[in-house]
Design a binder for this molecule. Structure first.
Ligand SMILES: Cc1ncc(COP(=O)(O)O)c(C=O)c1O
Length: 426
């Protein structure tokens, strides 16, 4: 077992008991030659070693290994700023680079507090925005906070869950309205004075929260509340950005205009890069060196090149359409499995972000989800479990996945669930 370091020092097992050797788009191989389809949806929306990304890094590394954007920009640094500014649904957005999603969330929250001169942030149960100070403060996800947050100026609301609404409701729209009323009646004026609310930070789809994708009306309602009380809308696209949902950004499904948009993970083909896009008028001055660097490695030369190649690949290879089509095929396959196996009580998602919710005897079952996940691993598919009870298996393939690979994955998922069902029946 290769993981002495993690288990001994951090008391944390890695999600998969393998040592990863190499990858290509949706596939990865371990050092002992096993092949896996990677549905874990971690660092990249293109998957591993996309040829365009590889080529740009190879060419770039011979020119510059890492001149800090704090001191002077490079041409690709400026070019990417322009591209991102045009891609995000904020007109004439300013762009600041960071390295991780957590740092970008942190900066977004600081920016909201600074520009509104207010202190409180509204976040949602089930949200995940990162592990650094302000980001951690807005992330009530169990197990993430090992120490209490330093600053307690965050208030939390339930997030709509159309399968099992956290507030009693008759259907999905009713759930959305119940959550919006909760914010208006129980949070504003009670947990926080309206004039103290700096911003609402929200994911277009909660991934850690259990693959929850609320309808348009929720985001429209949140935007309205934010405008009415003078707070900003901060949209965290670290997970949903760069095509994963079949659009450039998840919020584009909802006709909602954020004031601040946070990007990370998929934006640079797997290289470390994050960015925050924000309304230009929010700040007159901020310590943003070279027009947008938030640290030594922020806007790193090689990451910026990889991000430009990622944008090119998404455009040239029609990957948004691919994400939509492959997502539909995956969803159809998952819904067919749902009809066949009692364990699956819901199959949901959008584009290449899908999930199945697992119950046993009428209750959420993290235990059965764990067994299915283990069986998926043995059959060559990497996936993790999310949600309050760790009973939602998250199925997030890269947007480069092929039709054949989707069919292969449905076959693996079906055989794994069958195996676990037969085991449970004995
Ligand atoms: C929605 C969201 N925000 C922020 C983060 C934090 O990003 P990072 O791990 O790069 O710090 C994550 C990571 O999973 C995420 O999913």
């Amino acid at each position: 077992m290769p993981n002495q370091f993690w288990t001994d020092i951090f008391k944390c097992d890695p999600s998969f008991p393998i040592i990863v050797n190499k990858g290509f788009k949706a596939e990865v191989w371990s050092v002992d030659g096993r092949r896996f389809l990677d549905f874990s949806g971690a660092a990249t929306s293109l998957g591993q070693a996309h040829p365009k990304v590889v080529e740009s890094i190879k060419r770039g590394v011979e020119r510059i290994t890492g001149f800090s954007g704090l001191l002077a920009p490079t041409e690709p640094f400026l070019k990417l700023g322009g591209e991102l500014s045009r891609l995000v649904p904020i007109s004439e957005a300013s762009i600041a680079y960071a390295t991780t999603g957590s740092e970008a969330s942190d900066f977004a929250i600081q920016l909201a507090r600074y520009s509104t001169k207010r202190s409180v942030i509204l976040s949602f149960y089930g949200a995940y925005h990162g592990l650094t100070g302000y980001a951690l403060m807005s992330s009530p996800t169990e197990g993430m906070r090992r120490v209490p947050p330093r600053i307690s100026e965050t208030v939390f609301s339930p997030y709509p869950n159309c399968f099992r609404c956290p507030i009693p409701a008759s259907d999905c729209e009713d759930c959305v309205q119940a959550v919006l009323s909760f914010i208006e009646e129980e949070i504003l004026g009670r947990a926080v004075e309206e004039e103290d609310l700096a911003g609402i930070i929200v994911e277009p789809l909660q991934s850690h929260g259990g693959i929850l994708f609320p309808p348009k009306s929720f985001f429209g309602g949140l935007e309205k509340i934010a405008r009415e009380v003078g707070a900003l809308l901060l949209v965290d696209e670290v997970y949903t950005g760069f095509g994963r949902t079949g659009r450039w950004f998840g919020i584009k499904h909802h006709n909602t205009t954020p004031d601040i948009l946070i990007m990370g993970k998929g934006i640079a083909g797997g290289m470390p890069l994050s960015a925050v896009a924000f309304r230009k008028d929010l700040v007159d001055k901020w310590y943003l060196c070279s027009g947008g660097s938030l640290g030594t490695y922020a806007g790193h030369f090689l990451s910026v090149l990889a991000s430009l190649s990622t944008i090119e690949a998404i455009r040239e290879e029609n990957l948004l359409e691919n994400a939509r089509k492959r997502g539909e095929e995956l969803k159809k396959g998952l819904n067919e499995l749902k009809e066949k196996y009692e364990f699956i009580v819901d199959a949901r998602g959008v584009g290449c972000v899908q999930g199945i919710e697992i119950y046993e005897k009428g209750k959420p079952s993290g235990k059965i989800a764990g067994q299915i996940r283990e069986s998926l691993f043995r059959r060559g598919l990497l996936a993790i479990a999310v949600g309050r009870h760790h009973n939602v298996i998250k199925l997030t393939p890269p947007i480069t996945i092929t039709e054949e690979q989707v069919q292969e994955s449905i076959d693996i998922i079906g055989r794994s669930i069958k195996e676990v069902s037969q085991g449970a029946a004995q």
